[in-house]
Write a protein that binds this ligand. Structure first.
Ligand code: AMP
Length: 280
């Protein structure tokens, strides 16, 4: 695996590879890698692309300074995991390499409704920061294909919108959420949980599964409240447990039995905020 730290260096190298007829698959991450991340590398490798992973804990997308300070970093282990996964290129930039002019005068992206619901509502500014970094990364890494995890469903929709708004040529591939055998969605933030808290964290999966197993056409308010109670009674501070349309994240309280739906949840265990979702 080749490691680049400078934007100009990786950009030159990748442009040469592209000129030689290679396709570039890109997997942006914030590190503290787990099998969910390496499954994205697998998908890119499967397509026969040069697989580029970036590790950059993007300060612009943290609406909570403590969350940023506490974000796990395990760079030696990450490099090892990427080598084992057969990743071709790692981009490991500094903040000044990504934001040479800072973020004070950063452009804003018109994300419309997407920025007003769920993660958009509970993490103000978060998706602007996501767009800023992904846009910048895609100017450095001329990716044909971008591999994203369904675990961050709304983020996938935001990045699709970014690609549309900026008329980028990258194709987005959304890969399934990898879970522990218990059902807990793999997440870098799980590293901050004690063994006991990991057991508790399972309740998120259980509450989404409850929605999946019990949804019926008609009023959904009682069902949603039971799912919230499941988490509250397990010691979570719940931001939301919601049912939304899978296509446009329209939050619904009544189901016609036809529209394709998604259950989504975000909740704190102590100061660790976990999110998950499940297609119903
Ligand atoms: P992150 O490092 O959390 O910013 O995630 C980097 C990429 O990995 C994003 O596209 C995530 O959606 C994806 N990802 C994170 N967790 C999982 C998971 N459990 N399964 C599949 N993809 C994931």
């Amino acid at each position: 695996m080749i490691l680049f730290k400078k934007a100009a260096d990786i950009n030159n190298w990748l442009l040469k590879s592209k000129a030689a007829g290679k396709k570039i698959g890109f997997i942006p991450t914030m590190g503290a890698l787990h099998r969910g991340h390496t499954s994205l590398i697998d998908a890119s490798k499967h397509a026969g692309s040069i697989s580029v992973c970036s590790i950059f804990v993007n300060p612009a997308q943290f609406n909570d300074a403590k969350d940023f300070d506490n974000y796990p970093t395990t760079i030696e282990k990450d490099i090892d995991a990427l080598e084992k996964a057969g990743c071709d290129v790692l981009f490991l930039p500094s903040v000044s390499e990504i934001y040479p002019a800072g973020t004070g005068n950063a452009k804003t992206y018109d994300l419309g409704y997407l920025e007003t619901v769920l993660e958009g509502k509970y993490r103000p500014g978060h998706f602007q920061g996501v767009c800023l970094v992904v846009h910048r990364l895609l100017t450095i890494v001329p990716a044909d294909d971008l591999y994203l995890g369904q675990k961050d469903y709304q983020q996938c929709m935001v990045i699709k919108k970014l690609v549309e708004l900026e008329k980028l040529i990258t194709t987005i591939h959304i890969c399934p959420t990898l879970r522990e055998t218990s059902g807990l969605a793999m997440s870098s933030r799980n590293m901050r949980l004690t063994a006991e808290a990991r057991e508790q964290a399972l309740k998120i999966f259980e509450s989404l599964s409850y929605l999946k197993n019990n949804i019926k056409p008609g009023d959904l308010t009682g069902l949603k409240q039971t799912a919230v109670n499941l988490l509250t009674n397990a010691g979570f501070k719940v931001d939301y447990v919601e049912i939304a349309t899978a296509g446009d994240l329209d939050i619904i309280n009544h189901w016609d039995g036809n529209r394709k739906l998604l259950a989504v949840a975000a909740a704190f265990l102590g100061d660790v905020r976990l999110i998950d979702n499940m297609l119903l």
